[in-house]
Design a protein around this ligand. Structure first.
Ligand SMILES: [Zn+2]
Length: 255
């Protein structure tokens, strides 16, 4: 039986994380979707708000939880003119706070990690929505064969470091469930058209999961590769990039 959607909040220190639940809470397959862990990445927040509106209009049958802005600390830090990617005063990358299964702690990093770990408990799939540092849309997975059903048109990056501290990897390696980081484009000004487009794409992915479709389109993505450290010959600035269709050597020059 379909449940109505619910809007709930979980307190974290004197702030809250708001989340939206949809669908059959007993469904075997279920998807947890969060965004805005890096607080600079506002596109992920606006897209997930748009997704929530679409799910309110058209309820999914499977259990879906959407957390459009999962990091109230980072957002506040960013609004105050600081780096939204890192905590204060700890200066930790917000997506490197998940090295081990989180426990309650007095630091904001550990407390946030603990709350997001609890919020995502019991789901069979994780999608963590980000905005890439280098513009183009892509998807991180931990293994090539473990991919989203409807995103093979995007380049895939394989991040198979067990302890990189990301939300995606902790879920994949600790809970042994499907876990992805979906990186939305960041090379243009985000309009309602982009917002609608990517919200529709995520809705299509949910739809494919509802219908238990196997992977749509090709047997492999157009481009894929491992995330490796590369450095620019021109600027000398270290970059993390995907070298499509092969494993690039770490620290090799690419430009
Ligand atoms: Zn990010």
């Amino acid at each position: 039986m379909l449940s109505k959607f619910t809007v709930q909040e979980v307190p974290i220190f004197d702030r809250v994380i708001r989340f939206f639940d949809f669908g059959n809470q007993d469904s075997l397959h279920s998807i947890y979707i969060q965004g805005h862990l890096h607080s600079t990445e506002v596109n992920s927040f606006s897209t997930l708000c748009c997704l929530v509106e679409k799910l309110i209009d058209n309820h999914p049958s499977i259990r879906i939880r959407v957390v459009p802005t999962c990091n109230p600390f980072g957002w506040e830090i960013y609004l105050n003119g600081n780096d939204g990617r890192a905590s204060l005063p700890g200066k930790m990358d917000w997506n490197r706070i998940f090295s081990t299964v989180p426990k309650k702690d007095s630091t904001i990093e550990k407390e946030l990690a603990n709350e997001l770990w609890n919020l995502s408990h019991g789901f069979s799939q994780i999608i963590d929505v980000h905005t890439p540092d280098f513009g183009f849309p892509h998807v991180y997975t931990c293994e090539f064969d473990n991919r989203l059903l409807t995103f093979d048109d995007l380049p895939y990056a394989i991040s198979d470091y067990t302890r990189d501290g990301s939300f995606q990897n902790l879920n994949y390696f600790e809970r042994e469930i499907s876990s992805f980081t979906l990186e939305l484009p960041s090379y243009n000004i985000w309009t309602s058209l982009e917002q609608e487009y990517w919200a529709d794409r995520i809705r299509e992915e949910i739809n494919a999961n509802e219908q238990q479709l196997s992977r749509i389109s090709t047997s492999q993505p157009q481009y894929w590769g491992k995330m490796v450290s590369l450095s620019s010959r021109i600027s000398g600035v270290p970059l993390l990039l995907v070298k499509p269709n092969e494993v690039a050597k770490a620290n090799s020059e690419i430009f």
